[in-house]
Every structure is written in C-alpha cells, then in structure tokens.
Design a protein around this ligand. Structure first.
Ligand SMILES: NC(=O)c1ccc[n+]([C@@H]2O[C@H](COP(=O)([O-])OP(=O)(O)OC[C@H]3O[C@@H](n4cnc5c(N)ncnc54)[C@H](O)[C@@H]3O)[C@@H](O)[C@H]2O)c1
Length: 261
C-alpha cells in the first residue's frame, strides 16, 4: 500500500477546523475534505462558511458551524455541534484569528482588541484542544492537533496583541504535546510566512525579502498541514513547529549574494 495515497482513514478520522471560512483554515479544511475526511468548518462568518462548503462540492463531508470563538459559550456550542456532526474529533486545526490592523501598535491598541486577539487565538485554542483531548483519552483514541502560529511568536510585529497571542500559542503547543503524548495525541504548530490569504494585507514589494521570490498563498500551506496532521505520515512527530515561508525567516541585514550568470 502506498504511504502517500492514504494519509487519512476516512472511516475513522474526523476533523474540526476553526477559521475555516477563509484563507489558510479554509484551504486546510478543503484539503481534508479532499482526502475524504468528514470536517466541521467553524467560523464567525456564516457567509464565509457557506461559500467554503459550497466550494468543497461535498456537503455531506463538509459540515458548517458558526460562532464567535472569543466567547467561551460559543466554544462549548462548537464542541456540542462537533459531537453531533462528527462523533469524536480526531483532528483539530486552530486557524481562527481576528483581523489585524497595522495601526494597532503598542500605544494604540485598545483593551477590547487585545482581549479578543488573545481570546480567539489562545483561550479558545486551549479550551477546544483540552476538551477534545479529554474525549479522545476517555475513548482511548489517538489524535492530531495543529495550531497556526506565526514567525511573530518569536520576533516583533508592531502588533503586541498579535505577537504575544502567537507566542502563547507556540508554548501551548509544547505544553499540550508533552502532556498528551502518552495518550497518542500529537500537537504541532504550522508557521506561515507572508501569505496573501486574508488576515495579512500583503505588499507585493515584500517578495524581494523572500528567497523563493514570491508571497505565499493559502494553498502553499496545505501539503505540510495534511502531512503533519496525518497519523500515518507523521505518527512520531509532536511538539514541533513547521515553517512554511518560502525562506522569509532567513532575512537579515545581509542581502543574498548576486551570482554570476
Ligand atoms: N496570512 C498570513 O500571512 C499569516 C502569517 C502567519 C500566521 N497566520 C495565521 O494563520 C491563521 C490564518 O490566517 P489567514 O491569513 O488565513 O486569516 P483570515 O483572516 O483569512 O482567516 C481567519 C478566519 O478566522 C475567522 N475568525 C476571526 N475571528 C473569529 C472568531 N472570533 N470566531 C471564529 N472565527 C473567527 C475569520 O472570519 C476568518 O474566516 C491565523 O491564525 C493567522 O494568525 C497567517
């Protein structure tokens, strides 16, 4: 049997993807559906969820859930919908994140924006992952979780609410990976570079800092996301962070050498 032709087990694997209405979350959710995995598309926007599910072409595999993950009760409603629609969630992807505005620097960002960024990225990610893990542990089933973090978990972004939330998520991945490992639940981070996906208003001139010469697209994240999520392909991988950035993080004060033709 070819390893790469069957990364998932459609008979058993069930996925919950937050932020599945747009950008990277949507691309990963559609990728999972494309592999035959029944997937819950969770997002705050009903319109985005509907468009994403329509794009899947398989509404029996792609299921909707609309709610504001900044609210704990909405997280619990999402878990209840997941139970009803999927049974046990075996694969969890946390991609939801509020919009970021370039003007929200350290002196400008208001308390509500700060709290919402942390609530959706960190608080909801922790609550959902812990509740899903409890159920998997009780059922003695394996799991695979993937958190969308950022290069700005480790370097400033001039958006302190965003970088601190992502730094928290990066450590959460390690905490959960260590705690849940004995129960065969893997937890990893996917670290995008500059992806023209929705959450990041991309300036095309940024491409000159990227060794591979272009901004990323949401679909550039999908092969790595599915590989890390797959228990067959990545069964011995946990607590790791996978950078998919075209080499952007290699940028520093030295330009790459100009090579002779
Ligand atoms: N795009 C990039 O360059 C980039 C770089 C690094 C990290 N990331 C991370 O990847 C993830 C996806 O980024 P993207 O660019 O695809 O973002 P996006 O804005 O295109 O998509 C985010 C989705 O989250 C949803 N969302 C926002 N607030 C929500 C809430 N309160 N409850 C439920 N859903 C909510 C939005 O409706 C949207 O559909 C984010 O976590 C982001 O921080 C993106």
């Amino acid at each position: 049997m070819s390893l790469f032709s069957t990364p998932f087990d459609p008979a058993r694997d069930r996925a919950l993807v937050t932020g599945a209405g747009n950008g990277i979350g949507r691309a990963i959710a559609l990728g999972l559906v494309g592999e035959g995995v029944r997937t819950l598309f969770a997002d705050v926007s009903a319109e985005r969820v509907k468009t994403a599910i329509d794009a899947s072409g398989t509404p029996d595999l792609a299921r909707p859930c609309v709610g504001d993950l900044a609210r704990l009760d909405a997280c619990d409603e999402l878990l209840a919908t997941a139970s009803a629609e999927l049974g046990e969630v075996s694969h969890f992807v946390h991609s939801a994140s509020p919009p970021r505005r370039e003007a929200d620097h350290a002196l400008a960002v208001d308390r509500r924006t700060w709290q919402e960024m942390h609530a959706v990225n960190l608080d909801a990610g922790f609550h959902l992952a812990r509740e899903i893990a409890k159920r998997l542990i009780a059922a003695k089933r394996s799991g695979s979780f993937l958190f969308l973090t950022s290069l700005h978990a480790g370097t400033p972004r001039n958006l302190p609410h965003y970088s601190t939330a992502k730094a928290g998520m990066a450590m959460l991945v390690k905490e959960l990976a260590k705690t849940f490992g004995r129960h065969d639940i893997r937890v990893n981070a996917l670290v995008p570079g500059a992806i023209a996906a929705g959450g990041f208003v991309a300036d095309a001139s940024l491409a000159r800092h990227i060794p591979l010469g272009r901004l990323g697209e949401a679909n550039d994240l999908v092969p790595m996301a599915l590989t890390v999520l797959s228990n067959r392909l990545s069964g011995y991988v946990t607590g790791a962070a996978f950078v998919v950035d075209g080499g952007l993080s290699l940028t520093n004060w030295f330009e790459a050498p100009v090579l002779d033709a």
